[in-house]
Design a protein around this ligand. Structure first.
Ligand code: B4P
Length: 192
């Protein structure tokens, strides 16, 4: 199985590139952000809990996100593998993911990290906020808090995957096509 963690700060291009990668490699897309937004739109109890946190730029509790991912992996048997988009975001999430995949006789193939400077992230997210209606993209202070939370809680995962020899840095500034090519080269190198 090919199991890819697509990593990077908010606005790095994870969702954008995932859409293309899953088509090319026939993978299952697992975006915790998308799952949480679907719960918010459906007005479920989980969605209401998530909305309050997401609109402040905070993370949703680990146990909630881990449970969602566990369900999704279990209900996607016999596939080529997964793209994990926006997950894991904390060390407990990464450890839980390793346990779930090990129990399925598989593991993470690589962590592809999209590297984008902070000013560019803010520009992209405000740009998306102007058209998407996403509350967490419309307020600059919320965006700055998301980046702060990323630096404090998510960035340490680079070292987690580096220690396993799975971290690959990808230049995340450029055209969507050129970044897609870099990602494919890295994946083909890992799966060759
Ligand atoms: P996510 O849905 O994961 O949102 P994101 O990180 O903001 O977006 P993404 O990174 O996918 O967007 P993209 O760059 O593609 O998370 C939202 C919230 O949900 C989190 O803040 C958190 O509260 C919660 N959450 C999610 N997962 C969680 C977890 N595991 N644990 C706890 N909480 C969790 O796109 C951004 C913009 O850039 C777009 O407008 C795009 O068009 C543009 N863009 C992309 N590539 C570009 C390029 N090369 N050049 C110029 N613009 C580009």
């Amino acid at each position: 199985m090919l199991n890819i963690v697509l990593f990077g700060p908010p606005g790095a291009g994870k969702g954008t590139q995932s859409t293309r990668l899953l088509e090319k490699y026939g993978l299952v897309h697992l975006s915790t952000g998308d799952i949480l937004r679907a719960e918010m739109n459906a007005g479920t109890a989980l969605g209401l809990q998530a909305k309050a946190l997401i609109e402040k730029g905070e993370l949703v509790p680990d146990e909630v996100v881990i449970g969602m991912i566990d369900n999704k992996i279990s209900s996607s048997a016999n596939k080529n593998g997964f793209i994990f988009d926006g997950f894991p975001r904390t060390t407990p999430q990464a450890k839980a993911l390793d346990v779930v995949l090990t129990n399925k006789g598989t593991g993470i193939s690589c962590m592809l990290s999209l590297e984008v400077p902070e000013e560019e992230l803010i520009t992209r997210l405000l740009g998306r906020g102007a058209v998407s209606g996403r509350a967490d993209d419309q307020d600059q202070n919320t965006i700055i808090n998301r980046i702060k939370v990323y630096n404090e809680q998510t960035l340490p995962l680079k070292d987690y995957y580096k220690a396993q020899g799975k971290y690959v840095a990808i230049e995340g500034v450029g055209t969507v096509d050129s970044i897609f090519e870099s990602l494919c080269e890295a994946i083909d190198g890992v799966s060759a």
